[in-house]
Design a protein around this ligand. Sequence first.
Ligand code: NAP
Length: 462
Amino acid sequence: MIPPSKCCAPVIAVVGSGPSALYATAELVRVLPAARVNLFDRLPTMGGLARYGVSPDHSDRRRMVAHYESLIMGSGRVSFYGGVHVGNDISPAELKAAHDAVIYACGSSEDQRLGIDGEDLAGSHPATHFVGWYNGHPDHSARSFNLDVERAVVIGNGNVALDVARMLLLDRERLAETDVAGPALDALGKSQVREVVVLGRRGPAESAFTTPELLELLALDEIDVIVENAEGLLALAETPPAIGNAREYALHLKLQLLRELAVRPLRSRNRRLVLSFLNSPLAIVGSGRVEALQIGLNRLVDGVDGRTQAQPTGRSRTLTTGLVLRSVGYRGTAVDGLPFDPARGTLPHRDGRVYCPQTGEVLSGIYVVGWQKRGPSGVMGSNKICAIETVKSLLQDLSVLPTGQHVSEGNGLAALLQRLPVAPVDYRDWKTIDRAEREMGRIQRRPRIRFTTVEAMRSALV
Ligand code: NAP
C-alpha cells in the first residue's frame, strides 16, 4: 500500500444541499483554503429544506440560502452532484473511501407520530406531506388533500403549523404571487376551507411558534385571528420582563403580540385562524375518513424536570372536520451503513463527530451537521453555529486523518460515479433547471413554475 500523502489538499464530501450543508461548505471553504468539497443531493435540485420546507410566502428566507449557494460555488472549489442518493446509489463506506472526510447534512424528513386512534384515516396527514406537496417535492407532488371542507385542524403549534395554516387560508391571488407548486395553487385556489384551528397542548407561554410569525399574522389583513383558551394571557402579558434576560424578554414580546391578536376586534373576514391552547388530540374519528377530532382539555402543571406540562382535566369536546394535519415535529431516518439513534432520530455524535453507540468508538472522518445532528430545532440561522462546531472538530482531526488515501488507492469519485445508472446533475445543470423554472414563471407572471418530478427536471436538460 502506498502511504497516504499528507501533501494533498483534503477532499471532503458533504451529503445534502440544504441550509446546514451550505453553511458547513461555506465554513470549509473559509477555513481550508486549498480544500475541495463535493456536495451530494439525492434530488437534481440544490437547497434541500430551503426549497422544499420553507413556506412559499417566505421567499425572503430563501434568499439567504441563495447567497450561500453563490458564495460557495463562486469559490471554484465546490462541485455539485445532484441525483445521487448516498445510502442507496453509493454506500457511506464507498463515499468515505473516495474522500478524506464526509459531513452528513441530510436533515429530518419523516414526521413524528401521535399514537392516537384514527391517525391513519383518509384525511389525516403529516404536515410534512402537505409542506412537500405545496413546495412541489417530487416525493409528495402526487398527493391530494381534501380541501372541500369548511374547517381544517392542525395539531401542534410550532412554526410549521402556522406555515400550513397560512397556506390553507391565503387566497388565490396572494398564493399566485409566490412560487407555490402549480397543482397546489390550483387545488388551494378552489379550496372550501374557511377556518383553520391550530391546537397547542400547552398554554400561550409554551407555544412553539416564534414572534416573527405572530407579527406576520398581525399584518395579514385578509384573515381574522381568534385566540382561544388563553384566559391568563392578559395578566401574563403585563408582567414586565427581567432586565437583561433575553429569553424572558422574547417571551414577553410574544405574549404581548398574542394579546394584541386576542383583543383585536374581528373584521368579518371570511377566513379565520383559531389559535387554541390547552388541547390534546385524543382520537381522530370517522367511518373510512376523517369526520371529527376528539380533544381533551388540559391544565398546566410543573413537571419533575421543571418544564411546564399539560395535564388532562378529564373534560373533552369534539370538533367536526374533514382534514387533520399533524404538525408535531420532524424526525430523521437511518442511513444504511451509519449508526443511528432511533430515540432522537439523529446520528449519534460528539461535537459533530459521529460515533458508534455500541462501542463508543468515533468513526474516523465521519461528521454530522444540522437537524441530522441536533434534531429538528431552531431557525435557519441556528445551522450556522452548528456547522461551525462540526467543521472545527474536522479541522482538529485533519492532522491525523489519512488524507490523500482516496487518490493513491484509486478509490476516486469518478470510478464510483461511472457505476451509477443515471449521470449526476452538476451545478450547471441545476442552474439550467432553475432558469427553466423562472422562465416558465415569467410567462405566467409568477416567480417560478416548479418542476414537481425528477423526470421533468431532467427533461429540462435535454
Ligand atoms: P416544533 O417547533 O418542535 O413544534 C412541535 C409542536 O408539536 C409543539 O407545539 C409541540 O408541543 C407539539 N407536539 C409534539 N408532540 C405532541 C403531541 N403528542 N400532541 C400534541 N402536540 C404535540 O416543530 P415544527 O413546527 O415542526 O418546527 C421544526 C423546527 O423548524 C422548529 O425549530 C421551527 O422553529 C423551525 N421552523 C421555522 C420556520 C420559520 O422560521 N418560519 C418555519 C418552519 C419551521 P409541546 O411544545 O407541548 O411539545
